[in-house]
Design a binder for this molecule. Structure first.
Ligand SMILES: [Zn+2]
Length: 251
């Protein structure tokens, strides 16, 4: 697994379309965004890049752009891991509400490689303190993230791996903006906390039912409605709550 974001991978932010690439940033007022803009850097990260490990100081916050996705994973002492939250262009990874000392509890890793906007968390905190509207948006986002994690507790304990895989594919489909999702079986196994052979069985079954097509390193969504029927209730529950909390964030 890759570790550490190299400064040489960073490049300055250019163009207003960059802001629109992350829907949480796009929901900020122009004035609030102007406060952040000088401190944002556009970086390109590959799949597998670790953003932080448990215990690391979270000194950078990342805003996934376009189809880039990251996972917050809980890592056990024997090295097993399972996903607690999926974060794409609707959100942020890092210091969302905390202030001051911020050790990470879980591991954050890039699941679908691509661009992210990175900002020193100290600048984000200053901006939140300086604008009530800014702080409110991030507080509501933190609530949505907490809801997703709460739902994951139920999902991981109670729902079948087929349903959970379908849930994840729907969330990825929303963020990919196209039928083709860049996803390896290894990634899906990691997020679902199961063996890769189990994921193969599940994706082959979904393919046999005509819901998806498996490509090397990619999954193609063929039947969105069918996939929604195959997923557990968690997908809809999390999405509905997000839209109620953050109506101005267009996923
Ligand atoms: Zn579920």
């Amino acid at each position: 697994m890759l570790r550490g974001v190299l400064m040489s991978e960073r490049k300055p932010v250019a163009g207003s379309d960059v802001r629109r690439a992350n829907r949480l940033l796009a929901a900020l007022s122009a004035r609030d965004f102007e406060v952040l803009e000088p401190h944002l850097e556009l970086i390109s990260l590959p799949r597998g890049q670790v953003l932080f490990e448990p215990g690391d100081e979270v000194d950078t916050t990342y805003f996934p752009c376009r189809r880039t996705m990251a996972s917050l994973l809980i890592v056990t002492a024997d090295g097993h891991e399972v996903e607690a939250a999926t974060i794409g262009r609707e959100g942020a990874v890092g210091g969302i509400v905390s202030e001051g000392h911020k050790p990470a509890f879980g591991r954050a890793v890039v699941q679908v490689g691509g661009e992210m906007l990175a900002i020193p968390t100290s600048h984000l905190e200053a901006a939140k303190t300086g604008s009530q509207r800014f702080g409110d948006l991030f507080s509501r986002y933190a609530d949505a993230l907490l809801a997703q994690m709460m739902q994951s507790v139920a999902c991981n304990a109670l729902h079948r791996v087929e349903e959970r895989a379908a849930r994840w594919l729907l969330a990825a489909h929303d963020r990919a903006g196209e039928a083709l999702i860049h996803l390896t079986q290894e990634s899906l196994a990691e997020m679902l906390g199961v063996q890769r052979t189990t994921v193969s069985t599940v994706t082959n079954d979904l393919a046999a039912r005509g819901l998806i097509r498996n490509h090397r390193g990619r999954v193609e969504i063929l039947d969105r409605k069918g996939l929604e029927r195959a997923a557990c209730e968690c997908y809809g529950a999390v999405e509905n709550h997000f839209h109620r909390l953050l109506p101005e964030v267009d996923v």
